[in-house]
Design a protein around this ligand. Structure first.
Ligand code: ATP
Length: 376
């Protein structure tokens, strides 16, 4: 078993229009037996980084090491890693048994009996032993996905590389497979790098998560640290569902002044904004409290739209004295007087109702207005 080190790695693609920097000076240490999730929006470079580790893509600069060995130029077939793709990539003309045995036949000196035994063991682990003689076309999506995982397990690799392996499954199966995969990874103790664009998947599966945007590493840490102490506005907005509310605010004396509301500073917030003219103010939907009387940090708001989710309600709010200039309602671009809050599904609130919403000073996040770096 081995850890994996990604050291100052950059990947530049050249095409007719010029250069695309897909990965920009990324360094990550993945510990032996760790489950690391690489997460970020579409196009941020996740697959490119994974493919470089797998030897499927060249490294422009920097080094990738498995244990003590630099593997930049090692061909995929000589690397002790197993990759699982979203597309499963099973050979359609081979049986499940054939698919699972293929890698072993190619790369090991095991006898047919030994290969058969390993395939059977891995198939039992993935609960597909009764499907060994079927062709991929005779399997459901979920079963094909198990075969793809079984094929990775049977090789007993030092590292698993998984590129959105659950993306094609329906929500229920995906949730079930997440748990199963985690248990499997723990049992096998194989260092795993798992790529997803789904922040929920990242939060629930990873020992640590590495968040990428525009080819750059934004933050790496355990999921709760990234949630509670985001390194910058990108991470704050990416982790958490619904996304954090953000407002551009000027610093004026002992208060923050936004386009549509003012927020008195506490000592702690005042210290954080000292010497600044402007900040970005952030509050998570789940930190907004309903009820009580209007006050310094409590605002009268109108309920615009309620989205019931069962266990919770997502509530779209607007400041009560707002006119219709910003008729944003449920839109991607939130207007400067619109908030999203979540409350328990047990609490009932209806569109058109007037409520008081408290924005607790202890729950406020502040970011540099220009760089987006977290300052509080
Ligand atoms: P997704 O979640 O959509 O798969 P991703 O985060 O995995 O996205 P990559 O596929 O790694 O992103 O792509 C990163 C960037 O590199 C993108 O801008 C993409 O267009 C570019 N890119 C990827 N492969 C190539 C290639 N072979 N040639 C040129 N550009 C490429």
């Amino acid at each position: 078993m081995a850890g994996l080190t990604i050291d100052n790695v950059t990947k530049i693609f050249e095409d007719d229009d010029g250069e695309i920097v897909a990965i920009d000076d990324v360094s990550i240490d993945v510990a032996d037996e760790e489950f690391l999730v690489l997460v970020g929006p579409s196009g941020c470079g996740k697959s490119t980084l994974l493919r470089m580790i797998a030897g499927l893509e060249t490294v422009t600069s920097g080094t990738i090491s498995l244990g003590d060995e630099i593997i930049n130029d090692v061909k995929p077939q000589y690397l002790d890693v197993a990759m699982v793709f979203q597309s499963y990539a099973l050979y359609p003309h081979m049986s499940v048994r054939g698919n699972m045995a293929f890698g072993l036949e190619e790369s090991t000196a095991l006898s047919d009996d030994e290969i058969d035994q390993q395939v059977t063991e891995s198939a039992e682990m993935m609960e597909i032993a009764d499907l060994l003689d079927r062709k991929p076309s005779e399997l459901s999506g979920g079963q094909q996905q198990r075969v793809a995982l079984g094929r990775a397990i049977v090789r007993d690799p030092e590292v698993f590389l998984m590129d959105e392996p659950l993306a094609n499954l329906d929500a229920k199966l995906r949730a079930q497979m997440r748990t199963e995969l985690q248990r499997l990874q723990e049992d096998l103790g194989v260092t795993t790098i798992y790529v997803t664009h789904d922040q929920t998947e990242a939060m629930t599966m990873g020992d640590r998560i590495a968040i990428l945007n525009d080819g750059r590493l934004q933050q790496i840490g355990d999921p709760l640290t990234c949630y509670h102490q985001p390194a910058n506005q990108f991470v704050a907005g990416f982790i958490g569902e619904p996304a954090m509310n953000f407002f551009a605010m000027d610093v004026e004396g002992d208060r923050l002044v936004g386009e549509r509301f003012e927020y008195p500073l506490t000592d702690a917030l005042g210290a954080a904004v000292e010497g600044r003219d402007a900040v970005t103010f952030g509050i998570r939907p789940e930190d907004i409290r309903f009820g009580g009387a209007a006050g310094e940090h409590a605002f009268e708001m109108d309920v615009d739209v309620v989205e019931p989710k069962g266990d919770e309600n997502i509530v779209h709010l607007r400041l009560a004295d707002a006119d219709d200039e910003y008729g944003a309602h449920v839109s991607e671009e939130r207007s400067p007087d619109a908030f999203v809050a979540t409350i328990s599904g047990m609490e009932s609130v209806e569109a058109g109702e007037s409520i008081v919403a408290t924005i607790p000073p202890t729950a406020i996040h502040l970011f540099d207005a220009t760089t987006g770096e977290a300052i509080h």
